[in-house]
Every structure is written in structure tokens, then in C-alpha cells.
Design a protein around this ligand. Structure first.
Ligand SMILES: [Zn+2]
Ligand SMILES: [Zn+2]
Length: 290
């Protein structure tokens, strides 16, 4: 597994690459624009090309973007749903300009149950993807559906809900759909990831229901809440409920070799990233030691 972190681009792409190198990223995630806004200034295509070229030069790959938190394709409010579709289309177009490999998006809410939500989220993702990629002439990044911690009516709290959505997207002829699993969200939603057997069972489930090739990213975050407590509070690697043994088991799982692990850590830059990347690297080295 390659390891990296969510990196700030608000100070420009050059600063972002320098930071990623400083803290030891092998892959990164960035925001395509402010995650708390519906719209943002366009990305300068020249700056995007230079960003992509520098990442290639320093061998940081893959690159993912994370879409706005406001997007809710599960919403039963029609205006909200349409707004979310337009916003996701914009996020896909931005990701494409940045040559990102995928754009991570939350699955919103399921006010009328998971089945109806799966088809609404899928319809929205398909509409957004088709709108963003029509006549683009650039490689189109995959839409990566992220699992939820399961609080309130949030949608995407288990593998079955995500699988139903992926299947509904594919049935409409769009294959550019994948999955991002956040370990903190999974643990908070009741998926135990504390040891080898638990990871093995989880990966079996993912493989059977979705196909492991669709899992592109793991948001590697420890969880300061307990198993199944539905609290989305990220902790440093080894300091939360998943613990060192959980992340050691993740690296030891041979079927996850193709997946990028991205940190989303609270705390001060650059320590939060340099320290947690060092912890991940140590666990990965130990897992691959003979
Ligand atoms: Zn997320
Ligand atoms: Zn989270």
C-alpha cells in the first residue's frame, strides 16, 4: 500500500507538493475547491498542469480530490438533490483538470430508507458524471463513494449500502465508480477492524459484494469513539479504538496492496502528518518484514 495524507492546497500547488514531500507522502488527496462552499473560482489549467507535472516528477501518485461536504445525493428535497448533482459535476470536472485518479464524495442521507437512497445517489452520480465528461477530451476520474460513520440518517454505513449504489451506477452504463473506505467511519459504524481476522472478513465482504478492484482509497484514520458508537472523531494512528494492531493488520492483508492509504488527521501541521506517516510506515515495514 502507498501511504499519504490529505494536503492543503490553499497556499498554492507548489507549497502543497513541497509539504507532501516534507512529511513523507507517496500519494495525496486535496480539495478541488473549498469543501464548505457550493461553488469556487475556476482552477487555472496552467497551474493544474504544473501541479500534475511536479507530482509525477517526485513520484507522488495517485492523486485524489475530496468533494464538498454539502453535497447530498441521497436528499429527498428535489432542489437540494439538483444542486448536489451540479456540484458533483463541477467536482468531477475539477478533478479531471487536476488529472486526479478519483473524486471522493460522501453518500449523504437516506431519509426514506437505504433502498430508495441507493437509487437516488446512483442516479445523481450518473447524471453528474455524464454532464462532467461530455466533450471533456480529458481522462475522467472515477467517482469514489465514501462510507459513513452512521450517525442520524447518514447513508453508506455498511458494505451492503455501498454495493447497492455501485451496482445501480453500473446498471446505467457508468463504470467509473469506485469506493473509498474510511477506517474511522467504518469502526464508528460497527465494522470491527482491530485484528487480522476482522480485516480478512471485511475484505472478503468487500470483494464479494463490490469487487476489490473498485476499492481505490482507504482513509486511514484511527477513531476516538468506540466500536459502533457512530462518532466520527478521527484520532492519530494507534491512539484510538482501532489501534496499532488494527493498522498493522491492514498492512498485512495481501489483497489491499493496490489501495492508497490517505491520512485525514486533526492537529498541527506538519507534525500531524509527519508523525502519523512515520507510524504508518513503521507498521507497513513490520508487516512486510520476513
Ligand atoms: Zn470524506
Ligand atoms: Zn471522518
Amino acid at each position: 500500500m502507498r501511504i499519504g495524507a490529505h494536503v492543503r492546497v490553499a497556499d498554492g500547488y507548489d507549497a502543497a507538493v513541497a509539504y507532501a514531500l516534507e512529511v513523507g507522502c507517496e500519494c495525496i488527496q486535496v480539495f478541488g475547491k473549498s469543501p464548505r462552499m457550493w461553488a469556487g473560482p475556476p482552477i487555472d489549467p496552467g497551474a493544474a498542469e504544473r501541479f500534475s507535472a511536479s507530482l509525477t516528477e517526485v513520484a507522488i501518485t495517485p492523486l485524489f480530490t475530496h468533494a464538498a461536504y454539502l453535497i447530498n445525493l441521497g436528499s429527498t428535497d428535489e432542489a437540494m438533490w439538483h444542486r448536489s448533482v451540479l456540484a458533483l459535476a463541477d467536482e468531477i470536472a475539477r478533478a479531471s483538470v487536476l488529472h486526479a485518479d478519483g473524486v471522493v464524495v460522501h453518500m449523504g442521507t437516506a431519509p426514506d430508507g437505504p433502498q430508495a437512497a441507493a437509487s437516488r445517489v446512483a442516479d445523481g452520480a450518473v447524471l453528474a458524471w455524464n454532464a462532467a465528461t461530455a466533450g471533456l477530451g480529458l481522462p475522467a476520474p472515477a467517482v469514489l463513494l465514501e462510507n459513513a460513520a452512521g450517525a442520524g440518517r447518514s447513508f453508506g454505513r455498511d458494505v451492503a449500502q455501498i454495493a447497492a449504489t455501485v451496482e445501480a451506477v453500473r446498471s446505467q452504463g457508468v463504470d467509473a465508480v469506485g469506493v473509498c473506505f474510511d477506517t474511522c467511519h467504518a469502526f464508528a459504524a460497527g465494522i470491527d477492524l482491530r485484528g487480522h481476522d476482522e480485516w480478512s472478513e471485511f475484505v472478503d465482504d468487500l470483494d464479494h459484494r463490490i469487487g476489490l478492484n473498485r476499492l481505490q482509497v482507504i482513509h486511514a484514520n484511527d477513531c476516538s469513539g468506540g466500536l459502533g458508537e457512530r462518532r466520527d472523531r478521527h484520532a492519530w494512528i494507534g491512539d484510538g479504538g482501532i489501534g496499532e494492531s488494527g493498522f498493522a493488520a491492514m498492512f498485512a492483508e495481501p489483497r489491499l496492496g493496490h489501495v492508497a492509504a490517505i491520512l485525514e488527521m486533526p492537529g498541527q501541521m506538519p507534525l500531524k502528518d509527519s508523525e502519523n506517516l512515520a507510524r504508518l510506515r513503521r507498521l507497513r515495514d513490520a508487516a512486510s518484514a520476513p
